[in-house]
Design a protein around this ligand. Structure first.
Ligand code: SAH
Ligand code: SF4
Ligand code: F3S
Length: 440
């Protein structure tokens, strides 16, 4: 047998891309490729890209440009582009960067092995279809190699919501839920390989409505409850949810399912009803606040996280003030905020932009508030005992790092053997982006 060829994968964007990158590496494993962390020794470089904001897409092009010297030094080096930019731009990528050998979309990467045959024969390969078949059913079975203690698992993909600013419905396609049996099987397999925490992924994960083991349609709450029955699986999370799909049984699960962690990412984007309507979010700020109250009634210590867009076309000072008010009312433990980025093909891209200086000032103001809230949530942990799933060695010698139930990064002084264990930790200090504690 010939020496394994080396594959380098760079992942941009969301957690689903992280999951997809793992699956693509497994698919290319069947063609004799082994993953490397060193780009310089790669025989194949695969960029798994994100199209959500202009910056994300442009980053891919500048990274591609930087691969040129590697390609010149090694003409046999193969270069591929996967993910949401591949889906959105397809052939255009090869036009802009002729050294790209392969372009594959998020729904066709199970065809990578056959595409690689073409590429290795010196041809170009491009596949950005939305195929009939389910890619997951055609991917190779994962090996039995040990896994990190926390893993992602895609349960739902695509989106039918068509928010006016968002490319996801175009790049990932229509909403599809995977059958529960396959997911439970994959979850058990992950647990056998050392996983203790699984984050269920979907662009609209709480819209999950897959076929259940009993032939009935299951919602996300049912899937979570079944997964909670897996011995050795200790923690379940899910992301990302839409407020309009937050059904009663899922809210209840936050109160009565011990393995479901007290953290919820529930983006609202804006606090202004006018802007929410223009964004096609299909709910009001009051609806969201009422929902948050119900979720907090089920799980009072829940840490809430969100996403915000500032400078959506037509956003006035009053609209922005409404967003600030909503943030103050809710109190987020964690939040992401972005400047609106016009995306080709989305309805909002046709509308006039807000003045850039105004947007910058608003973003700063919002981020200052969100940072303050995040810090307050962290500081409130000092003196408390939390459960930490230890994932890896910390930056300092003798230090281990993991995540609390609330998804805070926690450092302790402790032995390597903590890796993969859940231990009680008393929090003693709140740092900029993490907590320090001592083992109880
Ligand atoms: N439901 C998806 C959301 C993906 S986009 C998921 O699974 O994560 C993540 C966030 O990016 C959105 O919640 C939104 O706040 C932001 N976003 C999406 N499109 C954007 C755009 N055109 N400009 C700025 N931010 C955007
Ligand atoms: Fe994009 Fe999320 Fe809206 Fe779907 S629900 S269109 S993924 S922002
Ligand atoms: Fe980006 Fe595609 Fe995820 S656009 S955020 S990689 S779904």
């Amino acid at each position: 047998m010939s020496a394994p060829k080396k594959l380098f994968v760079k992942t941009y964007g969301c957690q689903m891309n992280v999951y997809d990158s793992e699956r693509m590496a497994e698919a290319l494993g069947t063609k004799g490729y082994e993953e490397t962390k060193d780009m310089a020794e790669a025989d194949m470089i695969l960029l798994n890209t994100c199209h959500i904001r202009e910056k994300a897409a442009e980053k891919m092009y500048s990274d591609l440009g930087r691969l040129r010297p590697l390609r010149e030094a090694n003409p046999d080096l193969k270069i591929g582009v996967a993910g949401c930019v591949a889906q959105a731009e397809g052939q255009e990528i090869m036009r802009r960067q002729p050294m790209v050998d392969l372009v594959v979309g998020p729904q066709t990467y199970h065809r990578l092995p056959a595409m690689m045959d073409k590429v290795e024969a010196g041809q170009k390969a491009l596949d950005t279809e939305f195929p009939e078949e389910d890619k997951f059913a055609h991917l190779p079975k994962a090996g039995k190699t040990r896994r990190a203690p926390a893993a992602f698992l895609t349960v739902q993909e695509g989106c039918d919501k068509f928010c006016a600013f968002c490319v996801v419905p175009y790049t990932r396609g229509a909403e599809v839920s995977r059958p529960a049996d396959r997911l439970l099987h994959e979850a058990r397999d992950l647990v056998e390989r050392g996983v203790r925490e699984i984050t269920l992924l979907g662009q609209n994960v709480n819209a999950y409505h897959g076929e259940g083991s009993d032939g009935m349609e299951w919602g996300l709450a049912r899937l979570i409850r079944e997964m909670a029955g897996i011995d050795g699986l200790d923690r379940i999370r899910f992301t990302t949810s839409h407020p309009n799909d937050m059904e009663d049984d899922l809210i209840a699960a936050h109160g009565d399912c011990a393995k479901l962690m007290p953290y919820l990412h529930l983006p609202v984007q804006s606090g202004s009803d006018r802007i929410l309507k223009a964004m096609n979010r299909k709910h009001t700020a009051a609806d969201y606040l009422e929902l948050i109250a119900r979720i907090r009634a089920a799980r009072p210590d829940l840490l809430l996280s969100g996403d915000f867009i500032v400078g959506f076309p037509g956003e006035t000072d009053a609209d922005f003030a409404a967003t600030m008010d909503l943030v103050k009312t809710v109190g987020y433990g964690m939040a992401y905020s972005f400047k609106y980025s016009a995306r080709p093909g989305t309805p909002a891209a046709e509308r006039a932009d807000v003045d850039e200086a105004v947007v910058n000032a608003r973003l700063q103001e919002l981020q200052a508030l969100l940072t303050q809230q995040q810090r307050a949530a962290q500081d409130s942990m000092v003196g408390r005992v939390v459960n930490v799933l230890f994932e890896k060695a910390g930056r300092m010698a003798g230090q281990m790092t993991g995540k609390s139930e609330y998804l805070h990064a926690v450092h302790v002084d402790g032995p390597e053997t903590l890796r993969g264990q859940i231990a009680q930790v008393e929090i003693i200090e709140s740092n900029t982006n993490s907590l320090s504690g001592r083992l109880v």
